[in-house]
Design a protein around this ligand. Structure first.
Ligand code: HEC
Length: 269
């Protein structure tokens, strides 16, 4: 993607002058310094503690916890599982990311309805999300694990192929694709660096650090939330929670990031 096109896209979005190519290294340095300052002390740890408790909490008509949930490595196996998600689950008949897997487990193990299970999936000012807490804890149990989103089942390969297409598919009122903003290295909108997610070296540290505590939002956010927000950046209608488009894009980015080392929850602007 030509940098001028990115700049044009971004100024449409933000008004003229909204984008600057990353010439001014000092801005990035100060963001990096800020991150370093907070990194030893990521507020996400509070979400992790809550998530760990929620995993063991008995709920629903079946009065069961999530402890028997199979995240892909076997019933109740949490360590390292997140580094291999999304993946195909035979019982669900589809590729699921962590959040959709958790919803399935809430339905199957706890007897909740889908609506009850999905309730409150993103925190609001008044309501903290249990799913975001679960995601923070489960991700933390994969710290240091190598990213290996599986590509063996035909549905996993299909999800990647669709995700790749979607990433480059220009649509919406401004004809943006994900790649309009995320396939050129060294660009940013205002102070926000736009990672080139088609480049494995850049995709690895990004994929490795979601979910993340977002300083600007004061809460942990999941990859579902990040992609939902970027679909909004693309001027697409609000996506349903767990929509296939989100899973497929996650598979695409995860496979791009193969071999990276999980370090989530991250700390982001
Ligand atoms: C109009 C530009 C634009 C489009 C289109 C766009 N994004 Fe983004 N994206 C951004 C911006 C800006 C950020 C950084 C936000 C921030 O730092 O707050 C971002 C951040 C991200 C991140 C997190 C990066 C990090 O630093 O951790 C991911 C992942 C991502 N986008 C994926 C996508 C996907 C997938 C699509 C297509 C559905 C997409 N984006 C479409 C502008 C865009």
């Amino acid at each position: 993607m030509n940098k001028n096109i990115v700049a044009a896209a971004a100024s449409l979005l933000l008004g003229a002058g909204g984008i600057a190519l990353a010439q001014d290294a000092s801005v990035e340095d100060s963001i990096a310094a800020y991150r370093e300052m907070l990194a030893d002390d990521n507020p996400a740890e509070l979400w992790e503690i809550k998530g760990r408790e929620f995993w063991s909490k008995k709920r629903g008509p079946k009065n069961a916890s999530l402890e028997a949930c199979n995240l892909g490595l076997g019933s109740g196996m949490v360590k390292g599982a997140f580094a291999q998600l999304p993946r195909y689950f035979a019982d669900a008949g589809r590729v699921q990311d962590l959040e959709m897997r958790l919803v399935s487990c809430m339905i199957d193990l706890q007897g909740l309805s889908r609506a009850e299970a999905e309730k409150n999936h993103f925190s609001t000012d008044n309501d903290a999300s249990d799913i975001e807490a679960l995601v923070a804890w489960i991700a933390s149990e994969s710290k240091g694990a190598v990213i290996a989103v599986p590509q063996t089942h035909p549905k996993e390969k299909e999800a990647y192929a669709i995700g790749e297409k979607l990433f480059h598919f220009r649509t919406g009122p401004y004809d943006f694709a994900c790649s309009t903003c995320h396939s050129t290295s060294g660009t940013r909108i205002r102070l926000q660096v736009l990672p080139n997610l088609t480049e494995p070296a850049e995709a690895k540290p990004i994929f490795a650090t979601w979910p993340a505590y977002r300083v600007s939002q004061g809460t942990v956010r999941s990859m579902e939330n990040r992609i939902t927000d970027c679909l909004r950046q693309q001027r697409m209608p609000l996506a349903d929670y767990g929509a296939d488009v989100i899973t497929d894009l996650t598979v695409y980015m995860g496979v791009q990031a193969a071999g990276g080392q999980m370090a989530a929850p991250g700390l982001k602007r």
